[in-house]
Ligand binder design. Structure first.
Ligand code: TYM
Length: 335
């Protein structure tokens, strides 16, 4: 049976790309009645740079609030933070011994995040994709909704599963499918249509944060970089216009429609017309989420309770899978 797993790092505020490329899809899959497990990957959050402990705790709770405010229902989905379920690190270690250095060397995200001086990157950042494979396979998850930038990691997950199964002569870990669907699988920066929108971009104007208020959202969209031409009459006309394409994609994803439908309505329109329409739509969809998030953040103990309950349910699923993995590997278990 299909089982959905995905995760998001609690680093900085969630931005529109995370929401449209991931969270919104997570909620849809939950509402379609699939078995859904969603994680706040705090173990991953400390791989790239030092995280102030108080900030990490806050970001973890804020991400939980963002999930719930976006429609994730802890009664329908399992919602928890990774560090509360030790099976992730247990399986991660085994996968460190299955995955090859050469595979890790090919990961574009490691190259991006490590930058020019890979010698200074943490060992954890290097092994990051192996822990991610463990996140997914500790639950035998088959479907992983993600944005475009995580595709390579999910493909590596398949390679790790296949090598484990082959080495031990078992059919144990399933093949995992990345689910990369919709108009916003790669939301771009509002300042540069060739750069991904990111939580870590130094320019706050480059992104819309889920914590932004209505005025800030509207202002950022009004100031978004564009070219001087009106919107094209067909979607093909967006091909070499990254900024225009990005705003059309954002509109389509927010409205829950397609690029074609947006162009059918706004083809030929000037940005002076399209941007206010987009700003209005964004505020309509996002402002209630930010309001609900701050309401939830007034009661951090309740958030912690939800995460604890989710962690217990997650561990109940992962525990027998890891026990079986240990048996396959040949670890003696006598207690
Ligand atoms: P993270 O925290 O960087 O991003 C969370 C999710 O948001 C998507 N995303 C975007 N989608 C569209 N446009 C963008 N500009 C954009 N920016 C981010 C990401 O693709 C992702 O789906 N390695 C993961 C976290 C992770 C994970 C996992 C995911 C750890 N274990 C297991 C799935 C399954 C990451 O760093 O995502």
């Amino acid at each position: 049976t299909p089982r959905v797993f995905s995760g998001i790092q609690p680093t900085n505020h969630l931005q529109l790309g995370n929401y449209l490329g991931a969270v919104k899809r997570f909620v849809q899959m939950q509402d379609e009645g699939m078995e859904t497990i969603y994680c706040i990957v705090d173990l991953h959050a400390i791989t790239a740079s030092f995280q102030e402990p108080a900030k990490l705790r806050h970001a973890t709770r804020e991400l939980a609030a963002a999930y719930i405010a976006s429609g994730l229902d802890p009664a329908k989905s399992i919602l928890f933070n990774q560090s509360q379920v030790p099976q992730h690190t247990e399986l991660g270690w085994i996968f460190n011994c299955v995955a090859r250095m050469g595979w890790m060397n090919r990961m574009t995200q490691f190259k991006d995040k490590a930058g020019k001086n890979a010698e200074k990157a943490s060992l954890g950042l290097y092994a990051y994709p192996s822990l991610m494979a463990a996140d997914i396979l500790a639950y035998h998850a088959t479907h992983v909704p993600v944005g475009e930038d995580q595709k390579q990691h999910v493909e590596l997950t398949r390679d790790i599963a296949a090598k484990f199964n082959h080495d031990y002569g078992v059919e144990f870990f399933p093949e995992t499918q990345p689910i990369i669907e919709g108009a916003a699988t790669r939301v771009m920066s509002l300042r540069d249509g060739t750069k991904k929108m990111s939580k870590s971009d130094p320019s706050d104007a480059s992104r819309i944060n889920l914590t932004d208020d209505a005025d800030t959202i509207a202002k950022k969209i009004r100031k978004a970089k564009t070219d001087p031409e009106p919107l094209p009459e067909t979607t093909d006309g967006l091909a070499d216009r990254p900024e225009a394409r990005n705003l059309v994609n954002i509109y389509a994803a927010l409205a829950g429609t397609t690029r074609d439908a947006v162009i059918a309505e706004y083809g030929g329109a000037q940005f002076g017309t399209f941007k206010p329409a987009l700003a209005e739509l964004a505020v309509e969809k996002l402002a209630p989420i930010s309001t609900e998030m701050s309401r939830l953040m007034d009661d951090p103990a309740e958030i912690d309770r939800i995460l604890g309950e989710g962690a217990e349910r997650a561990a109940n699923v992962a525990e027998p899978i890891i026990a079986k993995t240990y048996d396959i590997v040949g670890f003696v278990r006598s207690r």
